[in-house]
Design a protein around this ligand. Structure first.
Ligand code: NAP
Length: 248
């Protein structure tokens, strides 16, 4: 298996899980880095070195992202090389709500999904909401400001990146499924955890992230106590409603 972006927040947790299950794994990122598996240096924007990285690979878990429009070119390069390498199964991580929110990065994610869907490659796409790690960074930065913006018409359903890694690992080990059900937490889960309401074992990976978000996300938490369409009470994962987990 090849994990692109296997040195990132999500990718490295997928790599660990695949290795723990005895899978041979190759890791790709722009710079060669040490780790349980040293990464192969390939910049997907140029594609140089990609053919060698894909040699003998049956599944590509595509997590690499430059968080911008260059992701679309990267996907095109990946498709070209993957076709030449015998059409491995591609498992792609995407974001809930990218078809509803006019953010440049979301447009790039949607365009990347289309490139992959039209490639003819065996494909699985999982959309998830934001990770606690990301919201922790955002709210942690905001919490340092003397003036903290109150988000209105925003619903956060952040999820533990480890849970996403687990689902991606399952999908990588399975057959191609096309687009699978979105995953995310019930809205307001982070703020609720800050108030000690989440059960043990269902806690954000970062206590600091939860505290920071709880300080900033009061209005979101109030909204989040309302049930959402598609939410099933007591489920560890809920099917995320379109647009959830994004700033809208
Ligand atoms: N973070 C979230 O809340 C969230 C939510 C939903 C979905 N996702 C998706 O999950 C994926 C991973 O997110 P993350 O938070 O784990 O990102 P991350 O920590 O920033 O990791 C990005 C990875 O991509 C690699 N990379 C970036 N540009 C590259 C390029 N041109 N060629 C090759 N490798 C490249 C990076 O390694 P180098 O820097 O060494 O190149 C790194 O390994 C992304 O597709 C993102 O859209 C994230």
């Amino acid at each position: 298996m090849l994990v692109t972006g296997g040195t990132g927040t999500l990718g490295r947790q997928i790599v660990d899980r695949l290795l723990d299950r005895g899978q041979p794994v190759r890791v790709l990122s722009r710079t060669a880095r040490q780790g349980r598996v040293p990464s192969v240096a390939v910049d997907l924007r140029t594609g140089a070195g990609l053919d060698a990285a894909l040699d003998g690979v049956g599944t590509v878990v595509h997590c690499a992202s430059g968080m911008g429009k260059s992701d679309v070119d990267a996907a095109r390069n990946l498709v070209r090389a993957a076709r030449a390498a015998g059409s491995p199964h591609v498992v792609y991580i995407s974001i809930v709500g990218i078809d509803r929110v006019p953010l440049g990065y979301y447009e790039a994610k949607l365009a990347t999904e289309r490139v992959l869907a039209e490639s003819g490659l065996p494909l699985t796409i999982l959309r998830t909401t934001q990770f606690h790690d990301l919201l922790g960074t955002v709210f942690g930065a905001l919490a340092k400001s003397p003036v903290v913006p109150a988000f209105s018409a925003v619903r956060f359903q952040p999820i533990d990146s480890g849970e996403v890694a687990e689902r991606m690992t399952e999908l990588a080990l399975g057959e191609p499924k096309g687009r699978v059900a979105d995953i995310g937490w019930p809205a307001g889960a982070v703020a609720a955890r800050g108030a000690g309401r989440l059960p043990a074992g269902h806690r954000p990976s970062s206590a600091r992230a939860a505290r920071a978000a709880a300080r900033c996300a009061g209005p979101c938490a109030a909204r989040g106590r309302q049930p959402h369409p598609g939410q099933r009470g007591g489920d560890r994962h809920v099917r995320a409603v379109p647009g959830a987990g994004v700033m809208a």
